[in-house]
Ligand binder design. Sequence first.
Ligand SMILES: [Fe+2]
Length: 343
Amino acid sequence: MSDKKQLVSDTVNHYSRDGFVGTGAHTTRPHYVPSYSKIEGDYAPYRLEFSSQNGKVHDPQSHDPSIPLLSGDGVVVSILRAPEPVPVTVKNVTSDEVHYLVAGSGTLKSDFGSFDCQAGDFILVPRAAGYRYTEVNIPIESIVVSTAGELSVDPFPPRGVLNMGSAVTEPKIGDMPLQTGNIFETVFKHLGGTTSHFYDFDPLDIETIAGSSPVKKFSIHDVLTLNVSEGGITPPRLINDNSGQTLFFHLGSRQSDRPPIHVNADYDELIVYASGPGSYGSMDVPGTIAWVPKGIPHHGAEENTPEPYQAWLVETRASLQLTAEGRSIAKLMETGVYGLKDG
Ligand SMILES: [Fe+2]
């Protein structure tokens, strides 16, 4: 990269409406705006890391196995740890959910069958579909993004991002013997809290299914990389929201110019580092979330890295706020390479 190109890359500031698709304006500035000296108040960029040493491990007495970190306007970002099979079935009747497995492997049983899942998998669970982890081979750590809008696997551009025929899979009716003699608890997550319904049979058991399962899965490792030989290119969309509130994009390494410094006027951004060996900026721990609330200047990290990495991006019109649990693990972040501020 020439010095001239580096200079442009470092000083052009892009102001955008409607994320990647709206109108915008470019400015140049004499200063590197992502470098703030300090922040007084709560409206700030944060890094959230939830390694086993951080935050609360799931309380077995809790009826809801997920722990919200960020929430607002119908969108909730939670972590869900399953070090062992989860005894309760969860049914979220206010939101669709995307589960991203940061680590682990196991079997998820749902209202529409079961499938094996492992680190790197995105699992879509629509509103009012029950699910629970029935087998855990390696302790599971996942990030769950729940939205009021209906979510679907909907790559854009429609070709060249994800092979919908082979990469997107649906659960199968399991061949496990029916369990009887136990009490099965279903936790309804509803407006205002949770309510448990109890059965003396497993309500997730099914005998037949016709049509397409609304529970679906694909792996970040099956996302195809879009490269350009010159200039930059916007990240490809993976998951769409029919309300337009919350969108999911792939942010893995690729040949493309470094994105500009930019201000996203309409979307909070969540960058999730998924796996290496390369890093995204200074992010190199799987499951690390970099949260940039709307309007805060930030600089997209270099994507054309010496070693590959996987990451993904959530853009949401929701104005998120830290929960008490989120605040307990959030650390102030700079927005040049998403490292810890003063650290
Ligand atoms: Fe951004």
